[in-house]
Write a protein that binds this ligand. Structure first.
Ligand SMILES: Nc1ncnc2c1ncn2[C@@H]1O[C@H](COP(=O)(O)OP(=O)(O)OP(=O)(O)O)[C@@H](O)[C@H]1O
Length: 391
C-alpha cells in the first residue's frame, strides 16, 4: 500500500502531467491560430516591422557568414557555443540552437550526431556523405554548412540557422496554402533543385520537413543524409526516404536519378495546396502508402480549389516513368509560373508570403522540438572504431 506522502506525490505528479499536457495543447492551438492569422493578413506594414526587428537583432551577422569568413569560422570553437534550445531531432541526430559566447549576435543550428548510434546502425558512410555533399553546396536555397567538429562521442555540423521552422509546420498551422504562397515555396525548392541537379546531386529525401523557412521567409533545403552524386545517365540506389514523398522507382529499388526529386516536389506542391499528401495512407500504413504511390497520380483526387495549372504541374512532376517527368530547369517555363518573377526570387527581392516572427536571436518559437536531455537521448560511451578521420 502506498504511504500518504507517496500517494500525494503521485497525485501531484499526475496533476502536473495533466496540466502540462493541457497547456501544451492550448499553446500549440494558440500558436497555430496566431500563425494562421499572420499568413492571412498580408499588410506590408506588418511585414516590414517584423523584418526590421530581426535585422536589428542580427546586425548583419548572417551576411558575414554567407560571405564565407573562413578565418572567423576557423576560430569558432565548440566550447564557445552556448546550447540554448532544441530545434529538432531526426533518426540520426538532434539539432540545437547555439549562440557564440564571444559574439552573442552569432547563432547557429548545431546538428549533433552520436558516433555510438551511427556505428550501431552502420550509417558511417551516410554521415560522411552528408558532410561532404553539404560542404560543397553554396546556394541561397540550401542551408549552409559552416564547419564540422568532432569529439570522442559526437560529430557536429555547425549550420546556418533557419529561424522560420519547417514548411510542414507552416502547412499544418494554416491547413493549406493559397496559390501565391505555394508558388513561392515551389519556386524556392525548384531553384535549389536546378542547382543540385546541375552538380549531379540527387537529394533523395525531399519533404516538407526538409524544407525550412529562413528568417526572411525564403525556403532552404536541409538534410543531405540520403543525397548522392550521379554522373549523367547513371542511377543511384541510396535506399530510404519518407514513404509519402518517395518516387515509384525508389520504392521498387530500381535505381533512381535526379528525376526522383521532381516526383517528391510534385507531392510537396499537392501537399501545400490540398493540405495533405496525395499518396499518404489515412491510417499511416506505409505499405498502403507504397501501393498508392505505385498506382500513380491518376488515382489521386484533386480538390476543386487546386487551380488547373497547378494540377497540370503536379501531374507532370508525378509521372510514373521518370523519363517523362519535368526537369527542374523546365519548371520556370510552366504555365503556373506565367506571372512569377524569377529574377526577383533569385535576387531575394520578392516579398515572401509569410515572414517568420522573431523577437530575439535565440527565438525558437517556430519549432515544436521536444525538450530532449542529451544524456538520456544517447548513451555517452567511448567510440573506439575510429572511422571518422575524414569528418
Ligand atoms: N539549419 C537548421 N536550422 C533550423 N532548424 C534545423 C536546421 N537543421 C535541422 N533543423 C531542425 O532539426 C530537424 C532534424 O534535422 P535533420 O532532418 O537534419 O536530422 P536527421 O537526423 O538527419 O533527420 P532524418 O531522420 O529526417 O533524416 C529538422 O527537421 C529541423 O526541424
Amino acid at each position: 500500500m502506498k504511504s500518504k506522502s507517496m500517494r500525494f506525490r503521485w497525485m501531484s505528479n499526475l496533476k502536473k502531467w495533466v496540466v502540462n499536457n493541457m497547456c501544451c495543447v492550448i499553446r500549440k492551438k494558440n500558436k497555430r491560430r496566431e500563425r494562421s492569422k499572420d499568413l492571412e493578413s498580408d499588410t506590408p506594414d506588418k511585414c516590414e516591422i517584423e523584418t526590421s526587428v530581426f535585422t536589428n537583432l542580427n546586425a548583419g551577422a548572417k551576411l558575414s557568414r554567407l560571405d564565407d569568413s573562413e578565418t572567423e569560422m576557423a576560430n569558432l570553437k565548440l566550447e564557445n557555443l552556448q546550447r540554448v534550445t532544441p530545434l529538432g531531432s531526426g533518426g540520426f541526430g538532434r539539432v540545437i540552437l547555439v549562440q557564440d559566447k564571444i559574439s552573442s549576435s552569432e547563432t547557429y543550428a548545431l546538428k549533433i550526431l552520436s558516433k555510438q548510434r551511427i556505428v550501431a546502425i552502420g550509417y558511417q558512410e551516410r554521415i560522411l556523405n552528408e558532410k561532404n555533399i553539404l560542404a560543397e553546396l553554396k546556394s541561397d536555397f540550401i542551408v549552409r554548412l559552416y564547419k564540422t567538429v568532432k569529439d570522442d562521442e559526437n560529430l557536429y555540423l555547425v549550420m546556418e540557422l533557419c529561424y522560420g521552422g519547417e514548411l510542414s509546420k507552416l502547412i499544418y498551422d494554416v491547413d493549406n496554402l493559397n496559390h501565391t504562397a505555394a508558388k513561392f515555396y515551389t519556386a524556392c525548392i525548384a531553384e535549389a533543385l536546378v542547382y543540385l541537379h546541375s552538380k549531379g546531386i540527387v537529394h533523395s529525401d525531399l519533404t516538407t520537413s526538409n524544407a525550412l523557412l529562413d528568417s526572411k521567409g525564403y525556403v532552404k533545403l536541409i538534410d543531405f543524409g540520403m543525397a548522392s552524386k550521379v554522373t549523367s545517365g547513371q542511377e543511384t540506389t541510396s535506399l530510404g526516404g519518407t514513404p509519402d514523398y518517395m518516387a515509384p522507382e525508389v520504392i521498387l529499388n530500381k535505381g533512381h536519378t535526379t528525376a526522383a526529386d521532381l516526383w517528391s516536389l510534385g507531392v510537396i506542391v499537392y501537399n501545400m495546396l490540398a493540405g495533405w499528401a496525395p499518396f499518404a495512407d489515412e491510417d499511416d500504413n506505409d505499405i498502403q502508402t507504397y501501393h498508392n504511390v505505385l498506382n500513380g497520380i491518376d488515382d489521386v483526387v484533386f480538390p476543386d480549389y487546386i487551380e488547373n495549372m497547378a494540377e497540370d504541374l503536379i501531374r507532370k512532376l508525378c509521372r510514373n516513368d521518370p523519363a517523362e517527368r519535368l526537369a527542374a530547369h523546365d519548371i520556370p517555363t510552366h504555365g503556373w509560373f506565367n506571372d512569377f518573377h524569377w529574377d526577383d526570387l533569385k535576387n531575394r527581392t520578392m516579398k515572401p508570403p509569410f515572414i517568420p516572427k522573431i523577437t530575439s536571436a535565440i527565438d525558437a518559437r517556430n519549432f515544436d522540438a521536444e525538450d530532449f536531455s542529451e544524456e538520456s537521448t544517447y548513451p555517452n560511451t567511448d567510440d573506439v572504431s575510429r572511422w571518422d578521420p575524414d569528418f
